[in-house]
Design a protein around this ligand. Structure first.
Ligand SMILES: [Zn+2]
Ligand SMILES: [Zn+2]
Length: 280
């Protein structure tokens, strides 16, 4: 069984009071973070998740709302709940340098001291799969901003597959990457397509029926989609939501035939059962 907990599904601006990007994925052998926004400690502690359980961290790109929580996690492991085992951090090229610079900017003295745990940085190359314990991750390039290497991911473990868009403009490559997945976690920063570096609800809704995955959940929700949530026919993430991916492996099918998933998922506030399903 694979479980994904939404630690933060807000955008860079914390729209609606939502926390910054972070997701906890638990597999039979691994517990890892996907993105680590600045509110990482708040989100873990609200949900009473021990930060020490995190085996490794995977980053989509080096924007503050996605990796800015690393220094706070380091401080947690340095002082509050000391960590001794190594921490692996996987991300785009430049992750080690940017993270160290950020740590130095925020906690100058501690950042220059020897740590009580080793941090191992691993720069990922789009298209090159990487396996950590029981998790296979395939990073793929997504069109977000030109100055950074921005990655989406397909994670596979225990017969389940999760595809994460990271931050991106819409690309039909998501249809390919999400094929046969159990979950496509897709950013939705706006409702109308007026910000070219992000995905709008209009764009994902228009292609939802072409995406052959079991479930689509919108995340990285900006003020506009939150304001117009009653018009949204796809599932929307909420901070603290848990998605359990279990059951018999799915046969390939069109996205419109949605199989129920187990788990303590909460419906988006104000959404009816029908609306919490999927766009037609
Ligand atoms: Zn972002
Ligand atoms: Zn970004």
């Amino acid at each position: 069984m694979v479980r994904l907990t939404i630690l933060g599904c807000g955008d860079a601006f914390g729209a609606g009071g939502r926390l910054h990007s972070a997701y906890l994925v638990e597999t039979p052998q691994s517990t890892f973070l996907v993105d680590c926004g600045p509110t990482i400690l708040q989100s873990l502690k609200r949900l009473r998740i021990d930060p020490g359980r995190i085996d490794f961290i995977v980053l989509s790109h080096l924007h503050g709302d996605h990796f800015g929580g690393l220094p706070f996690l380091f401080m947690q492991y340095r002082y509050d709940t000391p960590r001794s085992r190594p921490l692996g951090i996987y991300g785009p090229p430049g992750t080690a340098e940017r993270t160290q610079r950020l740590f130095e900017a925020l906690y100058e003295k501690t950042a220059h001291e020897a740590m009580n745990f080793a941090v191992g940085y691993h720069a990922l190359t789009p298209g090159a799969a990487h396996t950590v314990a029981d998790v296979r991750m395939l990073p793929f390039a997504v069109p977000h901003v030109s100055e950074l290497c921005c990655l989406g991911y397909r994670f596979e473990a225990d017969g389940r597959a999760i595809v994460y868009s990271g931050d991106s403009a819409w690309s039909d490559d998501f249809i390919t990457q999400a094929r046969g997945a159990d979950l496509f976690l897709c950013e939705c920063s706006t409702f109308e397509p007026h910000v070219p570096i992000h995905i709008s609800y209009r764009e994902i809704a228009a292609r939802a029926r072409d995406i052959d995955c079991r479930r689509i959940v919108l995340t990285h929700l900006g003020a506009e989609p939150l304001r117009r949530q009653r018009e949204i026919s796809l599932d929307c993430a909420r901070d603290g939501m848990t998605l359990e991916l279990a059951g018999t492996p799915r046969a390939s099918r069109r996205a419109r035939s949605v199989a129920p998933l187990s788990g303590a998922r909460r419906r988006p506030k104000g959404a009816s059962r029908g609306r919490a399903r999927r766009a037609r």
